[in-house]
Design a protein around this ligand. Structure first.
Ligand code: NAP
Length: 311
C-alpha cells in the first residue's frame, strides 16, 4: 500500500511516499481502508521533531491522525464493528497514522461516520472536533447566554468551535482577517474582529470564556477581556495559573487524545444539521508537501483534507 512516511525528522523534503505492506491488526483493532485523511498542524510539528521529547515515535513513521474510511478486517476481540462499516477516528498520536491506504486502529477509537456527509467531509472532523468539544464543553463548560471569544475562528478548530458554541446558546466573538469575515459570520459568529486592523482588547466587551488557539501575545492579552470568574482555555500552552489567580479568573489547557464518545456526539450534530465541517482545500496523497506548506503558512481556511482512495 502507499503511505506518506518520514524516515527522519525534518522539513517537507522528509516526506516520502513509500510502498509498504498493509499493517497487521491486533485482536482489539480494526483495519480501515482510508478514503480520506486530514492535515492538522500537529502533523508538521511531529515531522519537524518538535514533539520528539514528548512522544518517542519509532521511525519510519506514517503521519496523519484523522481518518474516514471503511472497516475491511476486524480483530478477534472486536464485537462492535464489522467489515463494511463506515467509520471515522482520531487515532492514537503515538502510533503510525492515516496518510496511508490502510491503517490499523484500536476498535475503541473509532466511531460511526456521520451518514449525511462524505468521507472527505468526515475526515475533517475528528481531531479538530474533539479539540473544540473538550475545550469548550468539557473544560470551559460554556452555558447558554455566555459570551465566548474564539481566536482564529476561520481555522480548523475555530470553525468547529464557533458552531458548537452557537449550538450551546452562547454569544460568539471570533478573530480572523477580513477575507474570512463572511465565512466566520456564516458559521454563526455574532461579532468578528479583524485582528489585522483592530486590537481585540479594544473592541471586545468582557467575556465568560476565551478559546486560545494561538498562544503567545494573544494568550497574554486575553486575560484583559475576561469577566471575573471567567476562564481562558488554551490548546497551545498552559496559561499562567498565578496570573489567572491574581486576576480572579480561571485557566485550562487541553491536549486531546482519541475520544470516540465525543465523535459519536459530533456525528449526531452533523446528521441533525447543527454542525458542518469547513473544507478549505483538498489534496491527493502524493501532493502532501503542498498540503503541509498550506498548513504551515498559518493561512488555511477551515480544514485541509487528503483524498486517499475509493471506499
Ligand atoms: N492541544 C491540542 O490538543 C490541539 C489540538 C488541535 C490543534 N492544536 C493547535 O491549535 C492551533 C490551531 O489549530 P488549527 O488546526 O485550528 O490551525 P489552522 O487551521 O492552521 O489555523 C489557521 C487559521 O488561523 C487564523 N489565524 C492565524 N493567525 C491569526 C491571528 N493572529 N488572529 C486570528 N486568526 C489567526 C488564520 O486566519 P487568517 O488567514 O485570516 O489570518 C487561519 O484561518 C495549532 O497550533 C494546533 O497545533 C492543539
Amino acid at each position: 500500500m502507499l503511505a506518506v512516511r518520514i524516515h527522519q525528522y525534518g522539513n517537507r523534503d522528509a516526506l516520502s511516499l513509500d510502498d509498504i505492506p498493509i499493517p497487521d491488526i491486533a485482536p482489539d483493532e480494526v483495519l480501515v481502508k482510508v478514503v480520506a485523511a486530514s492535515v492538522n498542524p500537529v502533523d508538521w510539528k511531529v515531522r519537524e521533531g518538535y514533539l520528539a521529547q514528548m512522544i518517542p515515535h519509532p521511525l519510519p513513521l506514517t503521519l496523519g491522525w484523522d481518518v474516514s474510511g471503511v472497516v475491511v478486517a476486524v480483530g478477534g476481540e472486536v464485537s462492535n464493528w464489522r467489515e463494511g462499516d463506515a467509520v471515522f477516528a482520531r487515532p492514537d498520536l503515538a502510533r503510525n497514522g492515516t496518510y496511508a491506504e490502510f491503517v490499523a486502529i484500536r476498535a475503541s477509537e473509532c466511531a460511526r461516520k456521520p451518514a449525511t456527509i462524505s468521507h472527505v467531509e468526515a475526515a475533517a472532523l475528528p481531531l479538530a472536533g474533539i479539540t473544540a468539544w473538550e475545550s469548550m464543553v468539557d473544560t470551559a463548560a460554556v452555558q447558554a447566554g455566555q459570551r465566548v471569544l474564539v481566536h482564529a475562528g476561520s481555522g480548523g478548530v475555530g470553525s468547529l468551535a464557533i458552531q458548537l458554541l452557537k449550538d450551546l446558546g452562547a454569544t460568539v466573538i471570533a478573530t480572523t482577517s477580513e477575507r474570512n469575515r463572511a465565512l466566520v459570520e456564516s458559521l454563526g459568529a455574532d461579532q468578528v474582529v479583524d485582528y489585522r486592523t483592530a486590537r481585540f482588547t479594544d473592541v471586545v466587551e468582557p467575556v465568560d470564556a476565551v478559546f486560545d488557539t494561538l498562544g503567545g501575545q494573544v494568550q497574554e492579552d486575553s486575560w484583559q477581556v475576561l469577566k471575573p470568574g471567567g476562564i481562558q482555555v488554551s490548546i497551545i500552552s498552559p496559561p499562567d495559573a498565578d496570573q489567572a489567580a491574581a486576576r480572579g479568573v480561571r485557566q485550562g489547557f487541553v491536549f486531546i487524545g482519541p475520544n470516540a464518545p465525543v465523535l459519536t456526539r459530533l456525528a449526531a450534530m452533523v446528521d441533525s444539521g447543527r454542525l458542518r465541517p469547513v473544507i478549505g482545500a483538498e489534496f491527493a496523497l502524493r501532493d502532501i508537501a503542498a498540503a503541509h506548506a498550506l498548513s504551515e503558512s498559518g493561512r488555511a481556511v477551515g480544514k485541509i483534507v487528503l483524498y486517499v482512495g475509493t471506499p
